[in-house]
Design a protein around this ligand. Structure first.
Ligand code: CP3
Length: 353
């Protein structure tokens, strides 16, 4: 068993305290997609390098992960990577195309393709473990490092559709048309996700976030039947590390209870639902993360400030309604057009409010 005693210095990190039901020394905040195109220093370092190439270069991924910590003073770094990185590492032919997202060379739509999905061997993501070691050596002592992976459903949606989708038509056709093959597909992806998360946890990340970004496309009944079992397995397989497991999706208002019940310690909420309402839906005993509307960050500062104060007040109401803590974040990722100075100002506001 890997069950480890979490050192006091880690338990006292504001993000870890808020995620584990303790009282943080200040309100923790970080931003999904904080390492990326909103930062000029990111654009400069990526100017002559591909996205995937950067994700497998230990020095580069460490540097990009640290950039937003230095600039904004956020309470967590999130590993610079992508949800398709472990699929690529395992040998699936895919690329990340600027402005589009992941594109799969041969979409997975039948039994043969599902059976050909490789397993991930830890050594195939060895450079990422090396990069994590570098990051841990450089992070301020109160700043947590969050590792992450894509949840089986969101990964499956890219593999089946061949790229991003608005309707998930082929994914749902496979799920309902051949539930047995669907289950095998999700199980194979869960295996890859478990291995990738374990590599990151073994390398020392302080928390993990499981992104089921597109789960909100599903009905509650479909989520329960076709998605929850393998997501539950992923979260259970990393429970022994005793480190917070954050679970996030977009448009998941009707799924929030299930997304907590599959084994999350922290449930991510987008901007569509007030945090106190989300706390009642999730039920007691879990912390919440969110939910500043990323599109509002381009409005005048007074508007941004009001949005941040709304989130802080609703975060307090969420705790009164049974949530064990609140981690301030956006309801989805930073948009590339966001002025990074606005992000820095939000961090200052949250830390001093
Ligand atoms: O700062 C961070 O949050 C860490 C880095 C991170 C990236 N991808 C880097 C990235 C994280 C956590 C992800 C996760 C990810 N990737 C998700 C789940 C989070 C979410 O947004 O819901 C998803 C669905 C993907 C798949 C993906 N990769 C998409 C939809 C895109 C955007 C396509 C585009 O160009 O607009 C990517 C590419 C990607 N991942 C970029 C970055 C920095 C942009 C690539 C570039 O800079 O050229």
């Amino acid at each position: 068993m890997k069950t480890q005693q979490t050192p006091g210095s880690v338990r006292r990190m504001p993000l870890i305290a808020a995620a584990t039901g303790a009282t943080p020394s200040r309100r923790p905040i970080w931003f999904m997609r904080q390492a990326g195109r909103s930062l000029p220093e990111y654009r400069a370092i990526r100017a002559d390098r591909g996205m995937l190439e950067s994700c497998f270069d230990a020095d580069l991924l460490a540097e990009i992960t640290l950039q937003p910590v230095r600039r904004h003073g956020v309470d967590a770094a999130i590993l610079f990577s992508d949800i398709v990185v472990p699929l690529r590492a395992a040998g699936i032919d895919l690329d990340i195309v600027a402005g589009t997202g992941p594109v799969i060379a041969s979409p997975v739509r039948d039994r043969g393709a599902v059976e050909a999905i490789p397993r991930l061997i830890p050594g195939e993501v060895g450079s990422i473990a090396t990069g994590i070691g570098t990051i841990l050596g450089e992070l301020p002592e109160d700043t947590a490092l969050i590792g992450f992976a894509g949840a089986p459903f969101t990964l499956a949606s890219y593999l089946v559709e061949g790229g991003p989708s608005r309707t998930y038509e082929r994914t749902k056709a496979l799920m309902h048309g051949d539930p047995q093959i669907w289950e095998r597909l999700l199980a194979a992806l869960a295996d890859i996700t478990i291995t990738f998360l374990r590599v990151q946890l073994d390398a020392g990340v302080h928390a993990v976030q499981l992104f089921d970004s597109w789960a909100g496309a599903l009905s509650l009944a479909d989520y329960r039947r076709f998605v929850a079992p393998q997501t539950r397995r992923v979260l259970a397989e990393v429970a022994e590390y005793g480190r917070p497991r954050i679970h996030f999706g977009v448009g998941t208002g009707e799924l929030l209870h299930e997304m907590g019940a599959v084994g999350a310690d922290v449930v991510g909420v987008d901007w569509r639902i007030p945090l106190d309402d989300a706390a009642r839906r999730v039920g007691p005993g879990k912390a919440l993360q969110g939910n500043i509307d990323p599109s509002i960050l381009s409005a005048p500062w007074e508007v941004v400030e009001a949005e941040v104060r709304r989130v802080l007040a609703e975060g307090e109401a969420a705790v009164a309604a049974g949530a064990t803590g609140h981690i301030v974040n956006l309801g989805h990722g930073v948009l590339p057009s966001t002025d990074p100075d606005v992000l820095t100002r939000i961090v200052e506001l949250v830390h001093t409010a």
